[in-house]
Design a protein around this ligand. Sequence first.
Ligand code: DON
Length: 581
Amino acid sequence: MHHVRPVIATGLAVALTFAPLAGAHAASPAPVEAEHGMVVTTQRLATQAGVDVLKKGGNAIDAAVAVGYTLAVVWPEAGNIGGGGFMTIRTKDGKSTFIDFRERAPLASTKNMYLDAKGNPVKGASTDGYLAVGVPGSVAGFEYAREKYGSLPRKDLMEAAIRYAKDGYVLGQGDVASVKENADWLKRDPSTAKIFLQADGKPHAVGDTFKQPDLAASLAAISEKGPDAFYKGAIADAIVKASAAKGGILKKEDFEQYKVRELEPVKCNYRGYEIISSPPPSSGGVIICEILNVLEGYPLSYLGADSANTVHLMVEAMRYAYVDRNSSLGDPDFVKNPVPHLLDKNYAAEIRAKINPYKAGVSKELMPKGMGESKETTHYSIIDNDGNAVAVTYTLNGSYGAGVVAEGTGILLNNEMDDFTAKPGVPNLYGLVQGEANAIEPKKTPLSSMSPTVVTKDGKPFMVIGSPGGSRIITITLQAILNVIDHGLDIQEAVDAPRIHHQWLPDQIYTEPQALSPDTVKLLVEMGYKVDEGDPAWPVWGKAAGILVGGKDLATIKKGDGARYNGAMDSRVESGLAAGY
Ligand code: DON
């Protein structure tokens, strides 16, 4: 620490006496306030379904299950029963747990299944069509959560989803925009196209009533018979049949053998706040904690939200943490994850000692041995009247997943297999360059970045947060936390504020339009950074969903006159809604 830049050293001394410097961003609308419960999701009808369950006396886990099924109908780009995800739960008695219902690799999968005879990745093989599909976990996950932590019968939690699939729902601007953006992807499989597009190949219009009768029948069968209807019955049969006919490798045994895992969440302490987040097979919680541990040694609030100094330190912490992510993490049933080491505060101090306060680091120099040189998800946050907090991120991976629906099921299937390392050193859909720990093996789960997170303070729930965004999920969630804790933003401003991202490779800072001023970019370039200014929406900048407890921001919480629950859906998504009661 002897190279510490004067401003940082001064900052350490005075940080506690300074009010946080506000960022340069436009103000956001006020967060949504409620006293008894709060639900924040990417689609208004799913939010309402969750609030209705809470009002009926269901707990946050019941609401999460209802929202999960409803999003599968009203937010088909990511809501799903043909994909998988994670649920982080923190119950009113202070216990926390993590439900892993992510996809598993099919039994017939092999390490080099996406490579040609010369050992090069076959374009599209891990993203398009049936070969890209991992064994789905959502139905098993929702039922596991409901049975163990919920309180209402399955049919009550599936009622809204079945109704919206059967009777339809009126499409809003955001719903139509999602289909429009992905129309070319949806056109490729006739069974998919006929559900989501009109006969002329165009998306439905705002105001149209959109019905999904096949999906309604699948959901009704699950409601009546439970997960066996999906994993052991006609639904699995139809998917296996379509897969076999169209180049896939899914077998009935894949479905029969699917198992949910309940795991210990990852925990770390950041400036007195406890972060509870996703453990492997997600990298999310570990990497958020590793970055926070590094940043804890710097006076970020004094240095200011979007200053070149703060961005420099954030980016360096991200650079080191993403090397660890991409080289050492994988499914805990298959690899030994060095989680205690990555979460160790001494390790964070070692990283800080390597960060040059004046200069950008160089990603190539951190290349681990053996790695060579060479989209769509959704998150929702819920809290109930008892203080049970639930964060769920689940996904089909890319928007509308593999873009395939087995005829008669109405169920879009994921392309999660692309999250594996198809070949060490070769970037995946999100530009991630990964290693052997995440190589494909039968029944293995691909490494994820999904980070459903609950933050507590003094043993009480403080924040529920998460986002989609591929490899950026980690830095999106991180920035929402920093914006609240270090920069004093309210929860809506915290999820709306323009973001930056670095993921080790490619060695560049991605910045959302308006995230940094030209002066700041100039300072960063002088430090040696490549800054990709105004990075367009791909891969996405996310759709964060946050809840803050006790006030809309830290100042209000300290004053003690804030609303109990403060919900904020990212303004980046037009269809979303925060609502409570
Ligand atoms: O699990 C993961 O990390 C990815 N499959 C998430 C994909 C995602 O967030 C796409 N959405 N924008």
